[in-house]
Ligand binder design. Structure first.
Ligand SMILES: Cc1cc2nc3c(=O)[nH]c(=O)nc-3n(C[C@H](O)[C@H](O)[C@H](O)COP(=O)(O)OP(=O)(O)OC[C@H]3O[C@@H](n4cnc5c(N)ncnc54)[C@H](O)[C@@H]3O)c2cc1C
Length: 456
């Protein structure tokens, strides 16, 4: 008897069809599209959803992770519709900005070089960079449309190859420091600095902010309703607080070693498996992958995110009612996201107002060195500077995302063939295979489910 056969016996005789490691949106979407098969989803945390995380408490909604959903016709929009979840259009400005003493909550972004209090040379620098960003993000939007019907592996390769020969900073040319600060506050939303991320990655993130087809919806009841609804449908197939330690492929099955909430070892067998964890976790638990795939997983880069959820006592439409995002280039945090935008227009609006102070990349890294109380007080200090009249309800809650977003950098596209190569009895899934958003994560889950289907 081989070692593998012995451990398979220890795992019991039951052979599942598919074991899915990771109950983020990629893993849950894969599980949903395999319904009808004998599947198990193993999730380390005590809730499903990974980087989609919101709660509802006495003070109202708190959001910590993903919040902007694609609408009807998008992959995430279709999934919400299938599950009977309702999406609300974000009928508000995404282009607010606080700069110096000026707070501009709406307006045309192309007028920013003239309306912000900038040095004359910075106005020219910003106008020039703005034109390049507009042109490049229109090209990004065309590329996304042109690639959307390609088979998944080809689509991801095409998208990652876009603008990958240079960094965003190289594409934009020399920037005045004030202009660089303004641009950085936006690219922080995709996890990286303009001097590190590829031009293509940065331009896609600008396309998201500017494009009319950008993810412009919130989920009624909070973002977590999506993973919760998926997990409810999957029932006992989802095992929370089960941390996978090793994924082993054998000739006729895959063997998974995990630990349950009490620290007890658990072994499960399946005909095939999907590993839908972030790249560094996948690298550490799936040690028998081909060398080039392991090297590619180790080379994927992530930027940190940090969010602070704050409830406010606003009882009537206030100054931020029609603003969804306010960029804050010179403050502690990068962006304020208004999670309860237009709530007074709803008959059954949520209790209190809900804000998310967000920091990404270098700013998140610097803030993360502080303890939660200091981070929360910096978030409140930014909020007070912006909207002194706001009254806080309850305590702000800090959430650190050490691997907040995978970002593309020059050379990233060369890793793609090793990450999407066909593997025996195993498929990988997760947003790191394309772009850090729910849409890409769900697509990767569906692609993984289609692939493992051949062993069922
Ligand atoms: C603050 C923030 C804001 C964002 N905003 C948006 C937005 O507005 N719109 C948008 O589309 N996207 C947004 N995103 C990105 C989006 O959340 C992600 O792209 C998407 O949720 C990734 O899903 P995933 O399943 O690939 O990964 P994850 O959500 O990271 O899921 C991986 C899962 O694996 C589990 N896991 C890890 N290790 C193990 C193990 N050993 N055993 C078992 N399970 C394990 C984790 O607990 C996790 O649940 C945001 C992300 C953050 C953090």
């Amino acid at each position: 008897m081989t070692g593998g056969e012995r451990s398979a016996t220890a795992a019991g005789d039951h052979l599942h069809d598919v074991i899915i490691v990771g109950g983020g949106i990629a893993g849950l979407a894969a599980a949903r599209s395999l319904s009808g098969h004998d599947i198990v989803v193993l999730e380390a945390a005590d809730r499903p959803g990974g980087r989609i995380h919101s709660t509802i408490g006495a003070e109202g909604l708190k959001n910590f992770g993903a919040h902007m959903f694609g609408g009807p016709g998008s992959i995430v929009g279709n999934l919400c519709a299938e599950l009977g979840l309702s999406l609300r259009p974000i009928d508000a400005s995404l282009m607010g900005i606080a700069y110096g003493k000026r707070l501009q909550l709406k307006g045309n972004p192309s007028l920013l070089p003239f309306t912000l209090p900038l040095a004359p040379i910075a106005r020219i620098s910003l106008a020039r960079a703005g034109l390049r960003l507009r042109k490049g993000s229109a090209e990004a939007a065309d590329m996304l449309r042109a690639s959307q019907d390609l088979p998944w592996a080809e689509m991801t390769a095409r998208r990652l190859a876009f603008g990958q020969d240079e960094t965003l900073l190289q594409r934009l040319g020399k920037l005045h420091p004030q202009t660089a600060g303004l641009i950085r506050a936006i690219t922080e939303r995709c996890g990286g600095d303009p001097a590190i991320i590829s031009a293509g990655h940065g331009l896609r993130s600008f396309a998201n902010v500017w494009s009319s087809s950008s993810p412009g919806f919130n989920l009624a009841g909070g973002s977590a309703r999506l993973p919760e609804a998926l997990a409810e449908r999957l029932g006992k197939a989802v095992r929370l607080q089960t941390t996978v330690e090793r994924v082993e492929r054998h000739e006729c099955h895959v063997l998974i070693h995990a630990q349950d909430a009490a620290g007890r070892p658990v072994s499960l067998r399946a005909k095939t498996a999907i590993v839908a964890t972030q790249a560094p976790v996948t690298h550490s638990i799936a040690s028998d992958l081909p060398e080039d795939t392991r090297a590619a997983l180790a080379a994927v880069r992530y930027g940190p995110f940090l969010s602070v959820a704050i409830n406010i006592k606003e009882q009537a439409p206030g100054p931020i009612e029609r603003s969804y995002a306010v960029s804050m280039p010179n403050m502690n945090f990068s962006v304020l996201f208004n999670q309860s935008v237009n709530r007074f227009a709803l008959a059954d609006h949520e209790r209190g107002g809900s804000l998310m102070m967000f920091a990404g990349a270098a700013r998140a890294e610097a803030l993360s060195k502080e303890d939660d109380a200091t981070i929360a007080s910096r978030a409140l200090s930014d909020l007070h500077d912006l909207f002194p009249a706001f009254e806080i309800a309850g305590e702000p809650v800090v959430k650190r995302w050490q691997s907040g977003a995978p970002f593309a950098f020059p050379g990233r596209a060369a890793l793609q063939p090793a990450l999407t190569r066909p593997l025996e009895r195993l498929a990988l899934a997760g947003d790191y295979l394309e772009f850090p958003n729910m849409e890409a994560a769900i697509q990767s889950g569906y692609a993984a489910a289609r692939y493992v289907g051949k062993w069922l």
